[in-house]
Design a protein. Structure first.
Length: 296
């Protein structure tokens, strides 16, 4: 399969998105939406290729304030106090805006609808897209997400301070800090290969990171509040996947998501934390493809 080529498109609000595609243009599209502080390359090439091998045209992209998409450097990031108290007075944007970015990318590609798969914050963006623009979504796979409710899906007390600490600005320190974070939130039954993690994090840093961008994305999640009522409008085939060992977004977040979306299938994975371990790719790809097939 050919190497992906970075491309760009302009969407509403002066946002430019960087994206790549895998597979045949004539195949049904599958849009992958990544999570907080990560970039499209966190959807590994091989993972995308496995999805494409099942007859899907895979599209991955950098969210706003990530990678090579627009960073809103003129917009203030929430203060530490605002993040800690979950009271964001003037968010730079919300999950609704990020969902509109995803819809704008589909418009650019001339696609009316797509299968949509999101991980972590990307799951929340994908849920929002399916709720506010149901005509754009063929099927939904929500991985490691939540509804935004205060009583479900909250991080463990030991993990929360790690989200709020300043992000390292030096490349080596950023990689070391991030590897430490991945060790805390990753899958205990499927530990990541550190050399592979290091390569991903070095590429992530080189493509563009900043603490302010991370803060604005986290602020968007918190400012969007509890979305459970909106999720009840989702009527497309929906798969909810969550790790039983997730310490960043507790499994209760996945259960709450599945309860909110009528007819959703819930897949709780033993030993899985807040990552996409290579050992689980066959399971995840099979579940995503199976859910897409439910859409016809």
């Amino acid at each position: 399969m050919r190497d992906p080529v970075e491309q760009y498109c302009d969407v509403e609000g002066g946002i430019r998105l960087c994206y790549e595609t895998f597979g045949e243009e004539t195949d049904p599209p599958c849009l992958l939406v990544m999570g907080l502080g990560f970039q499209m390359i966190a959807w590994a090439d091989e993972f995308c290729e496995q999805l494409a091998s099942h007859g899907l045209r895979v599209i991955r992209f950098d969210n706003r304030d990530a990678g090579r998409s627009t960073h809103l450097s003129d917009a203030p990031a929430p203060t530490l106090r605002e993040l800690a108290t979950r009271r964001i007075r003037q968010p730079a944007y919300t999950l609704d805006d990020m969902a509109r970015d995803a819809a704008g990318l589909l418009d650019h590609l001339g696609l009316d609808r797509a299968h949509v798969v999101g991980a972590s914050m990307g799951a929340m963006i994908s849920q929002t897209l399916a709720a506010q623009s149901p005509e754009r979504v063929l099927s939904l796979a929500s991985i490691m997400g939540s509804t935004g409710a205060r009583l479900t899906g909250q991080p463990s007390a030991r993990i929360l301070p790690l989200l709020l600490r300043p992000q390292a600005k030096d490349r080596a320190k950023y990689v070391k800090q991030s590897i430490g974070m991945l060790a805390r939130i990753g899958s205990p039954a499927y530990p990541g290969e550190q050399r592979e993690q290091r390569a991903l994090l070095e590429a992530t840093f080189d493509r563009g990171v900043s603490g302010a961008s991370f803060g604005r994305q986290l602020g968007a999640i918190l400012a969007s509040g509890n979305r459970a009522k909106a999720l009840r409008r989702i009527a497309v085939p929906t798969l909810v996947v969550h790790g039983r060992a997730d310490r960043l977004i507790a499994p209760s977040g996945g259960r709450a998501t599945a309860r909110a979306i009528k007819g959703a299938s819930l897949l709780l994975v033993a030993g899985m934390g807040h990552d996409l371990p290579r050992q689980l790719w066959p399971l995840l790809v099979g579940a995503i493809v199976g859910n897409a097939e439910r859409a016809g």
